[in-house]
Write a protein that binds this ligand. Structure first.
Ligand code: HH2
Length: 303
């Protein structure tokens, strides 16, 4: 286990400024970002929350279970070329917005909790921000100028995730000579590009992109040595929940299905927290919140 305690890792402390004068404070433990996938085809929960009313109820349930913020995704980004075959289908902006907006506006009416939108498209980001979203989570790492411009205009936080190549093929021909050096350098370039587009440096959260253009072994390494990325000077987000590298690491004759990866997901959460993650993106909010609360209680009695 990494040397730092789970809930006391100074690099994670930060404050992100949200629209309408609100703030997201990160201090002793990572914030829990609850995943709400509004897609028919997400790798672990696709099709579960297609009905807007049920999706809004699910979002409120995740908040009640301990999510500090929600991440609404209306396009699956499961990478292709590896365990997911051809990967996810790219969805036109209109279709993404049709899935997203009823749920986003429904949640916005009922909660002040921070709402993130997981999108790669500028048009979707703009419409989401207009409809009350608080931050944008971009797995393309700011590849689209329109998305960066929308974030800059809103003055909101953005998550920039590391990946390489096209989503549909990125699990093929993966090659790093110096995994940490290259991921750090490429994340640094993404952040600089966002700053050039007018986004405040302190509003940029970086994410190593676990499972995106990485082998299972590389995903483990990034998680185990996450703290090395804190030198970039940005809060870090980790999305490891239920991902296939967990099943690969667990071994056994047949890999655990997505729904049976909670143990591995909690192990990943422990290492992300110890490595200084400011946010963790999780499917199993109740169990993750309990894990962090018990970790904090254990630390309190040993302090
Ligand atoms: N992983 C997924 C989606 N969005 N965003 C960030 N910042 N980091 C991640 O690791 C990340 C992400 C993939 O997970 P999921 O949303 O459950 O699946 P899908 O993309 O198939 O909808």
């Amino acid at each position: 286990m990494a040397t730092e305690t789970l809930t006391e890792t100074p690099p994670r402390a930060c404050t992100l400024s949200l629209p309408r004068g609100r703030h997201l404070d990160v201090d002793r433990r990572p914030l829990l970002m609850g995943i709400l996938n509004l897609t028919p085809d997400s790798f672990s929960d696709g099709g579960l929350w297609n009905d807007p009313e049920r999706a809004v109820a699910r979002g409120l349930e995740l908040l009640a279970q301990g999510a500090d913020l929600l991440d609404l995704g209306a396009e699956s980004t499961r990478p292709g070329g590896g365990v997911y075959g051809a990967g996810a289908r790219t969805v036109p902006a209109e279709e993404e917005l049709e899935r997203l907006l009823p749920v986003l506006t429904g949640l916005r009416r009922q909660t002040e909790a921070p709402l993130s939108v997981d999108t790669r498209k500028g048009e979707v980001a703009q419409a989401a921000l207009d409809a009350g979203a608080d931050l944008i989570n971009d797995v393309s790492g700011g590849a689209g100028a329109a998305l960066l411009a929308a974030v800059a205009r809103a003055g909101c936080p953005v998550v920039l995730m590391h990946s390489r190549g096209e989503l549909s093929t990125m699990q093929r021909g993966i090659h790093f000579v110096d995994l940490f050096g290259e991921v750090a350098e490429e994340l640094g370039r993404m952040a600089e590009r966002a700053v050039s587009a007018g986004i405040a440096r302190e509003q940029i959260v970086l994410d190593p992109g676990i499972g995106f253009g990485k082998t299972a072994e590389q995903s483990l390494q990034l998680l185990a040595r996450l703290g090395e990325l804190s030198r970039l000077g940005h809060p870090l987000l980790v999305g490891a929940s239920r991902k296939s590298f967990l099943a690969a690491a667990a071994g056994g004759d047949s890999p655990a299905p997505q729904s049976a990866r909670l143990g591995g997901s909690l192990a990943a959460l422990a290492w992300a927290a110890a490595g200084g993650a400011a946010m963790v993106r999780v499917h199993d909010v109740r169990e993750s919140a309990q894990f962090l609360a018990v970790s904090a209680a254990l630390e309190a009695v040993t302090a």
